[in-house]
Design a protein around this ligand. Structure first.
Ligand SMILES: C[S@@+](CC[C@H](N)C(=O)[O-])C[C@H]1O[C@@H](n2cnc3c(N)ncnc32)[C@H](O)[C@@H]1O
Length: 427
């Protein structure tokens, strides 16, 4: 069947409409005339395969990665970068509209200067003789040699590990993941294995190639997909990565949270800083390894950071000691429980939750704080959370940031202000 693509869906698939029937077509671009074949038909819509492109979009480009159509790691390499950015702004706008019914102005997506090799961390999955990333919406692994989104040295460590396994076949069946993090030429590697094994020899191989490298073995016996869990044993080499950013010195562990794209991280932090006032007492909920709290402390009166994960909290504590920062208090624990101890003091709260968002309990608890900055990696969870407070706060700014070029993910910063006049509050 021949049709014209008129829009994009939530996963960047092309949308076509014929006789009030909607078709979702992966890899079709807006404006293209295409030949499709229906694969799965439901009551009002169908999923279809792109058979051929009759009139291509000017925004279509050839994906650079040979695994692109199979691997679930990225999904936009067939779009030029301008179209990716436009798509992401529209995605945020449409998702907020769909869930909250608010017609918001969404700014243009802030571009990333580097759209390949930008990731400073990767986690490769292993199963039998296969290793790489999951297929789209599947637990099957696509066997890959390298990934174009990650730093080149991460690919190099991965290929040295594959060679090491090929020479030590008896180990291979135990391996679940290889996690590699690199910042400023310092590399931390975690081998996640079902069983303990002697892996100093792999460190020795890495050490021939890299000066600052450290290897950990994580013995993870879990049956689910959680990677960084279980006993973490330091095998050899450096234990932490030392970073300097915003004139702050800090150290990162392999287990701690750290943004994977520092280029965009700093653009987001700069924007957050614009919203902070000199007299503000700020709560930085979900504060990770504490860098953002420290940056804000350079401008605000006082900052409370709340983080549930111990390794990140300890890095945040180390950071404030190392930099002699006196106006930050790091609190270890669940934000939902810790919030009541600090809530009366705050002028501004920063919410930067993980993918599932904050949820109703947290959103209702924070009502009353004058300003909110919500940083989200999931437009659906963000919109659901905005729905809980949309009548009490005014949305002043919505800015998408391209933290993950060539993928369907977008990071969004939303600035909200408490409505001043009680009459403004809609019920
Ligand atoms: C997206 S990261 C944000 C980190 C930080 N804002 C940054 O820019 O580096 C989310 C963080 O929230 C933490 N977290 C998740 N659930 C939490 C909870 N209930 N209470 C406090 N922290 C939580 C995670 O461990 C993670 O470090």
């Amino acid at each position: 069947m021949q049709t014209t693509i008129i829009d994009y869906g939530m996963n960047a698939e092309g949308i076509a409409r014929e006789n009030n029937f909607v078709y979702f077509i992966p890899y079709a671009l807006n404006g293209e005339i295409v030949e499709i074949e229906v694969e799965k038909q439901l009551k009002n819509y169908a999923f279809a395969k792109l058979k051929s492109i009759i009139v291509p979009s000017n925004n279509r480009i050839s994906p650079r990665c040979p695994y692109f159509y199979e691997c679930g790691g990225c999904s936009l390499q067939h779009m030029n970068y301008i179209e990716q950015l436009n798509y992401k702004s529209l995605l945020v706008k449409k998702t907020i509209k769909k869930i909250t019914n608010l017609d918001c102005v969404v700014q243009n997506t802030i571009a990333c200067d580097q759209i390949f090799n930008y990731r400073n961390k990767a986690s490769f999955n292993f199963f039998m003789q296969i290793s790489g990333f999951y297929k789209h919406k599947s637990n099957d692994i696509v066997n890959i040699d390298a990934c174009l989104l990650v730093n080149n040295d991460i690919n190099n460590v991965y290929s040295l590990f594959l060679k090491y396994l090929s020479e030590n076949q008896e180990i291979r069946k135990h391996i679940k993941n290889l996690v590699v993090r690199i910042i400023n030429n310092q590399i931390l590697v975690a081998i996640v294995s079902k069983e303990y094994f002697e892996c100093k020899s792999f460190y020795n191989i890495l050490n021939l190639n890299y000066k600052n490298v450290g290897v950990f073995l994580i013995v993870n016996k879990r049956k689910d997909s959680v990677v960084l869990s279980g006993k973490c044993i330091h095998i050899s080499g450096i234990k932490q990565i030392k970073v300097q950013n915003y004139n702050i010195n800090y150290d990162i562990d392999i287990l701690s949270f750290h943004q994977t794209n520092i280029y965009i991280q700093n653009k987001i932090y700069d924007k957050v800083l614009d919203y902070v006032n000199k007299e503000d007492i700020v709560i930085n909920a979900f504060s990770g390894a504490g860098l953002l709290s420290a940056i804000i402390s350079q401008k605000a009166k006082y900052v409370y950071g709340v983080e549930i994960e111990k390794s990140s909290h300890l890095n945040a504590e180390q950071l404030i000691k190392k930099n002699n920062i006196k106006n930050v208090k790091n609190i270890l624990g669940d934000f939902n429980k810790k919030f009541k101890t600090i809530k009366d003091k705050a002028d501004l709260i920063i919410l930067d939750p993980s993918k599932k968002g904050c949820g109703k309990d947290i959103m209702q608890q924070i009502i009353g704080i004058n300003s909110i900055i919500y940083i989200s990696c999931n437009p659906i969870a963000l919109s659901k959370d905005l729905q809980f407070i949309k009548n009490i706060y005014i949305i002043e700014d919505i800015i998408p940031f391209d933290m993950f070029p060539n993928t369907n993910n977008v990071e969004t910063l939303v600035k909200l202000k408490l409505k001043e006049n009680k009459n403004d509050i809609e019920h």
